[in-house]
Structures are given as structure tokens and as C-alpha cells.
Design a binder for this molecule. Structure first.
Ligand code: GLY
Length: 351
């Protein structure tokens, strides 16, 4: 089993990464929670595959199990749904000494985490991420949030889970498109911090080959993320490196109203496009665009923005919450595995 500890003093927690670990979910939770009541927050898709199995396992470990099943999709990450969740917490008389279990992808993790951070001013919670994207990124590091009509993740907090249980076997039920979506974030880790990981990824030709090595791939991504979070929990410095490809990626997602591209697809385009501009300005090694383009293509991800005029996409960058007083911190690569923060303005993208 792969075990990592995010060292944050009294807020430290473990990430356990192992195929089949969900068969021991009750036992693992018992190690960090000695109470009786817990409530699983999940969505209809994940519930269909894993809800009963996990609830039964928890009951066998003597837990009183409640379950909140929400509609799937980004629309669920709303204030309206949050109120619904709080009401269901009240219905099952959840107190601060009970536990919330977020079982799902990024939407559920962010939403249940935010509900946990705010209900009764904070209830402990556990993350069980079920998409590759959430296993390598959003379940680690304590960022929780809901969306507003004017943008994603605009209301949130930093609130760390007590435990993260990562079972790569759940990826078997993930649609291929969302598997490759998660691999975009894996590629990002190679780009920003680990050339060996990037080169290893070049060697895998199929999903089956990746799945044979998935435990150690997820482990490495989580290790990179936990190192960064330990140094910069509140996202004021090094943590921004995780945004490589994201400034443009978020703008692309917003421009297409989250319909045309998945998050990972938009990030893949963002990584290539940012490197293109950095290459033109001599701010990155000259091979970056070709290297990343080849790998994202191998992983069934797009790299080109199919728009004659990029201006409307750039307009949405100006509304991004990370664009403060027209200063943009974009992430560039010196070369593969070495990234840096570059302070610029929107004009950087207007080449
Ligand atoms: N997903 C980026 C971060 O956690 O900072």
C-alpha cells in the first residue's frame, strides 16, 4: 500500500493509495474516527456503483450510516444544493462529533468538503475520490468550494479532510474520456516537477498499460502535491505552480460554458498554448511545445484551440479571480520538470 502523510501540524492527514482499499473502508475510517454516526455524500452515478458496498462495509464496522445522494454534474455544486445538504444533515441530527464521507469526483469532494467546513462551523470529513482527476488533485490539499452563476469555485475555504482513501480500481468504471481527462493533470505534474514521470508517461501506449502502473503514478502525483501544499497551504506562492495550463484552461472551460471540453482537455490546450507563447518570448526551452503536444495527443487530449479569434476567451481571463489588478501570475516551464511563476498581464496571451 502507498501511504503519504500531508504534514500540516494538527491538521495532518494520511493519503492511502491501494487497489481494493474500499473493501477495508470501515477499518481504515475506524483508525481515525471512533464515533458512531456518519453520513455519506455521493452522486447518483457513484452511488449506483459503490454506494451499497461502502455503506454495508461501514455498517459491518458498527457505524450508523446515512446517505445523501445528489444529481451528478457541475450544476450540483451550487448554494441551492448546499442548503439541501444542510437540511439533510439536520434531518439525521448530525453533530460536530460525527463524520462526513465525501464519496465521488471533484464536484462531490468540493461540495461535501465545503458543507463539512461550514455546517455547525466545521464537521470532520473523509475524502474517497472516485475520478482520476480527484484522486491526483482535488481530494488532496483542502480546497473546498461551491460555484456561483458568475464562475466556478468562487465561494470556498481551505478545510482539510482527516483521511483520503484512494482506490484505483474505481477507475475501471470511469468512462474513457474522463480517464484521459485525469491524465492531463498527471502530465501537468510531470511538466512542473518531475521529468522522470513525464518520460515514463511517454512509454505507456494504452489505458491497460497505465492501469498496471496506476498506483505508483497516483502516488507520485499526490507526493508532489503534498510537498507543495506543505510549503504553501494557502496558495500564495509555490502552490500556484499547480496552475500550469489552468489560466487559459479555465478561460476555455468558461467560454464554452463547460460543455465542449472537460477540465483536463482544457488544461491540455492551456499547457500547449502557454508554452507556445513562452517559446515565442524566449521564456521556456524551445522543445516544450512539441514535447507536450506529442504526449497529450498520445493521451487522447486536444492541444489546439479551434477558434479564429481568441479575444473572447481572453476576456474571460480578465474576470478570473486570480487576475488581481490586471496582474496575472502565469506558470511557465524553464524546461520539463522545472516550473516557475511569471508575473505578467493579459497582453502575454495576445501574440
Ligand atoms: N488544484 C490546485 C490546488 O489544489 O491548488
Amino acid at each position: 500500500m502507498g501511504k503519504l502523510v500531508v504534514n500540516l501540524g494538527e491538521r495532518s492527514y494520511s493519503l492511502l493509495i491501494e487497489k481494493g482499499i474500499l473493501d477495508q473502508v470501515g477499518e481504515k475510517i475506524r483508525d481515525i474516527y471512533n464515533g458512531k454516526k456518519l453520513v455519506i455524500v455521493t452522486d447518483e452515478h457513484v452511488n449506483k456503483h459503490y454506494g451499497n458496498k461502502i455503506a454495508e462495509n461501514l455498517k459491518q464496522c458498527q457505524y450508523e450510516v446515512h446517505r445523501i445522494v445528489l444529481p451528478p454534474g457541475e450544476e450540483t455544486k451550487s448554494f441551492q444544493m448546499l442548503t439541501e445538504i444542510y437540511n439533510q444533515f439536520l434531518d439525521c441530527k448530525l453533530t460536530r462529533s460525527d463524520l462526513i464521507v465525501a464519496l465521488g469526483g471533484g464536484v462531490i469532494g468540493d461540495l461535501a468538503g465545503f458543507a463539512a467546513s461550514t455546517y455547525l462551523r466545521g464537521v470532520p470529513y473523509v475524502q474517497i475520490p472516485t475520478s482520476l482527476l480527484s484522486q491526483v488533485d482535488s481530494s488532496v490539499g483542502g480546497k473546498v468550494a461551491v460555484d456561483l452563476a458568475r464562475g466556478k469555485n468562487l465561494v470556498g475555504s481551505f478545510y482539510h479532510p482527516k483521511l483520503v482513501l484512494i482506490d484505483p480500481n474505481v477507475l475501471d468504471t470511469l468512462e474513457d474520456r474522463f480517464f484521459w481527462d485525469g491524465m492531463a493533470e498527471v502530465i501537468k505534474y510531470g511538466c512542473i516537477k518531475d521529468v522522470a514521470l513525464f518520460n515514463e508517461l511517454k512509454g505507456y501506449q494504452t489505458k491497460a498499460q497505465i492501469m498496471e502502473n496506476i498506483e505508483q503514478i497516483i502516488y507520485r502525483c499526490c507526493e508532489i502535491k503534498k510537498d507543495i501544499v506543505e510549503k504553501d497551504e494557502r496558495d500564495t506562492g509555490e502552490r500556484m505552480l499547480l496552475n500550469f495550463g489552468h489560466t487559459l484552461g479555465h478561460a476555455i472551460e468558461t467560454f464554452y460554458q463547460y460543455k465542449k471540453y472537460t477540465h483536463g482537455e482544457a488544461v491540455a490546450i492551456g499547457m500547449v498554448e502557454i508554452c507556445k507563447r513562452a517559446e515565442e518570448k524566449g521564456l521556456t526551452a524551445s522543445s516544450m511545445v512539441e514535447e507536450i503536444k506529442e504526449l497529450v495527443t498520445q493521451y487522447h487530449l486536444p492541444y489546439r484551440l479551434e477558434l479564429a479569434d481568441i479575444t473572447p476567451v481572453l476576456d474571460t481571463i480578465q474576470l478570473d479571480k486570480k487576475n488581481i489588478n490586471n496582474v496575472l501570475n502565469v506558470i511557465l516551464l524553464k524546461h520539463l520538470g522545472q516550473s516557475y511563476i511569471y508575473e505578467t498581464t493579459i497582453d502575454f496571451f495576445k501574440s
